[in-house]
Ligand binder design. Structure first.
Ligand code: ADQ
Length: 471
């Protein structure tokens, strides 16, 4: 059995209390590591003035964690700069927000190279190497340059935009050439896979072989959709427990007989939070009988606050909230409740379950796990309704949600009305079909499918000469 080596920007070490991070990637990879001895390599999250070129090792169970510190310039250029100010907006179709700087791009390449230099010493010949997300696209090229011949897989968690959009980014050709150094590239949807394959063919001249394989300089790369799932059973279990947390009991008490609509997202412009508030406003304006009878709770923990566009979004969200609550609120009723805390998974699960409507309306999203969590948490005998953006990867699977265009506030308002009035039979029928999909394609399916494909796949037509590196 080969060892699994996972590489991601941040590493989620389980905490000793067992309550550890319940973030999507942490849960997903915990599943993957159950079947393998493993090594998880990445940034420690710490900044230091003289980081060691060797990772700090932490051992937990069958997984070794290898943690690299960064300098503050590294963090600025690689993470805040190129990854989050150039790649992220480009890949979410926000070209006006994409800020390219040569220094940031150089920092991005530098950190990828230093990660490869540290990692290469730890790799064994039969390791399966699975790299995650847009921070680390060039890692394969760096590892190959150091003589690594192992199977290299990459999973891209965010959308892969149309080639015409990605092509606007300086450096995009170089990134496409390096992505072709992986053996298997997984993306969230077939549309993303098609976009990426077209870009690699049009921009750097790869030739197709069959439906999902591309050949560039004699190396074969398979590009394929692997929609990420959630831990459905785990989520159902926590949702079934009685709501013990103060946040849940207070929410229930303050609601009284009102219906709850819920939104849960990191505070990110891709999630469409101010736009969603305005759609709810439109709903209240068009349906005056609903005023005082429904409350919208938006949970949006702050993220990437060092990036200027996020600080500006935070101001816009607060201003939109204040305006709507000021104009439409009444003594004894606040239309929108807005909180910026992170909550334990059990609290989110209970709130999802209480909510009549899950409002998941990103402007663009790779998958959107909240949509799946909302479905998993519902009471089978009285499920709520999911309103879902057509621009979330999840919309490709959850076709029984009320699918909306988040740019059209009238359409979203109408979907909220329809959701609140939907009869029980229809709610159950839609929920059962969505539940089947998220159960069939849960997080274990995702990790198994990717790793099975990666381990059974050879990137070269001829077997590579294996060199033994590390130990
Ligand atoms: P994100 O952009 O972070 O993920 P999402 O898929 O919705 O988006 O995952 C967010 C996770 O954080 C969910 O598990 C959610 O429960 C949790 N979360 C959100 N708000 C929280 C809060 N207040 N407290 C606690 N937990 C909270 C990226 C891509 C997505 C892709 C995922 C996984 O942008 O498109 O679905 O990776 O591949």
């Amino acid at each position: 059995m080969p060892r699994l080596v996972v590489v991601s920007n941040r590493v989620a070490i389980p905490d000793p209390t067992g309550k550890g991070s319940a973030g999507g990637l942490a849960v997903a990879l915990r599943e993957a590591f159950q079947a393998y001895q493993g090594l998880w390599f990445g940034w420690s999250g710490r900044v230091s003035s003289h980081p060691s070129p060797e990772p700090k090792m932490v051992d937990k169970g069958n997984v070794h964690y290898a943690l690299m510190d960064l300098t503050s310039i590294d963090r600025q250029e690689y993470y805040n700069g190129f990854a989050n100010r150039a790649l992220w907006p480009n890949m979410h179709y926000r070209l006006g927000l994409s800020e390219f700087s040569r220094a940031d791009y150089a920092g991005y390449l530098r950190v990828n190279r230093s990660f490869a230099n540290a990692l290469v010493r730890m790799i064994r010949p039969d390791d399966l190497i699975w790299v995650h997300d847009y921070h680390l696209i060039p890692l394969a090229a760096e590892l190959r340059a150091l003589g690594v011949t192992n199977r290299l897989g990459y999973f891209h968690h965010i959308p892969w935009p149309a080639p015409e959009v990605f092509g606007t980014l300086p450096g995009s050709r170089e990134l496409l050439r390096s992505i072709a150094d992986y053996d298997l590239v997984g993306v969230q949807t077939d549309l993303d896979a098609d976009n990426l394959r077209r870009a690699i063919m049009q921009e750097v001249g790869a030739t197709p072989q069959g439906s999902d394989v591309l050949v560039l300089n004699g190396h074969r790369t398979r590009v394929k959709g692997f929609p990420i799932g959630i831990d459905v059973k785990g989520f159902q279990q926590v949702a079934r427990r009685a709501p013990a947390h103060r946040v849940v009991t207070q929410t229930l008490a303050s609601l009284g007989s009102r219906s709850l609509i819920i939104g849960v997202d990191r505070l990110d412009y891709s999630k469409g939070i101010p736009e969603r508030m305005e759609s709810f406003e439109r709903f209240l304006v068009s349906n005056p009988d609903q005023r005082g009878r429904v409350t919208f709770l938006q949970i949006a923990p702050t993220s990437r606050s060092e990036v200027p566009e996020y600080a500006s979004l935070s101001r816009t969200a607060s201003e939109t909230l204040g305006r709507i609550n000021g104009t439409l609120g009444e003594p004894g009723w606040v239309p929108i409740h807005y909180v910026t805390s992170a909550y334990p998974r059990s609290v989110l699960a209970s709130l999802y379950k209480i909510a009549r409507v899950g409002l998941v309306t990103p402007m663009r999203d790779g998958m959107n796990l909240v949509a799946k969590e909302y479905v998993a948490a519902q009471d089978p005998n009285d499920p709520g309704v999911l309103v879902l953006s057509k621009f979330a990867g999840a919309a490709h699977q959850l076709t029984d949600a009320l699918i909306v265009n988040p740019n059209d506030k009238f359409e979203v308002a109408e979907a909220i009305r329809e959701a609140l009035h939907m009869d029980l039979d229809e709610r159950k029928a839609r929920w059962q079909r969505m539940m089947k999909t998220i159960q069939d394609y849960d997080v274990s399916w995702w990790a198994d499918a990717f790793l099975k494909d990666l381990s059974g796949y050879t990137g070269t037509s001829k077997a590579r000469n294996r060199v033994r590196i590390g130990g």
